[in-house]
Design a protein. Structure first.
Length: 103
């Protein structure tokens, strides 16, 4: 049983309460086995936002895209919102909607 405390890994002995659990209900793993998380999946479509686009966010309101670049299979979008200032958002997670400008 391994845990991390202030950046250092500690190996603890098993809890004494584990002895109360019937052996047929327990499974054990090797010391170095780890469960791996599934890979992060981003949206299939690439971002269609470019610098200068007007966007709307459900929480932050209206804003203008000031930067956009690829990062780990996603896109980091920097938006200057009218009321909330500048925010950096991941395209795959942010509820951004492109607003067509009124000419």
């Amino acid at each position: 049983y391994r845990r991390s405390l202030f950046g250092s890994g500690l190996v603890n002995p098993p809890s004494r309460f584990l002895e109360d659990i019937p052996p047929q209900l327990m499974t054990t793993k090797g010391l170095w086995e780890r469960e791996t998380a599934p890979p992060l999946v981003s949206r299939e479509k690439p971002t269609e936002l470019i610098v200068g686009d007007q966007v709307y966010h459900n929480k932050f309101g209206s804003g203008i895209v000031v930067d956009c670049f690829p990062i780990r299979g996603d896109h980091e979008i920097t938006v200057s919102f009218e009321r909330m200032g500048v925010k950096k958002l991941l395209f795959s997670l942010a509820p951004l909607r492109k607003i067509e400008p009124d000419y």
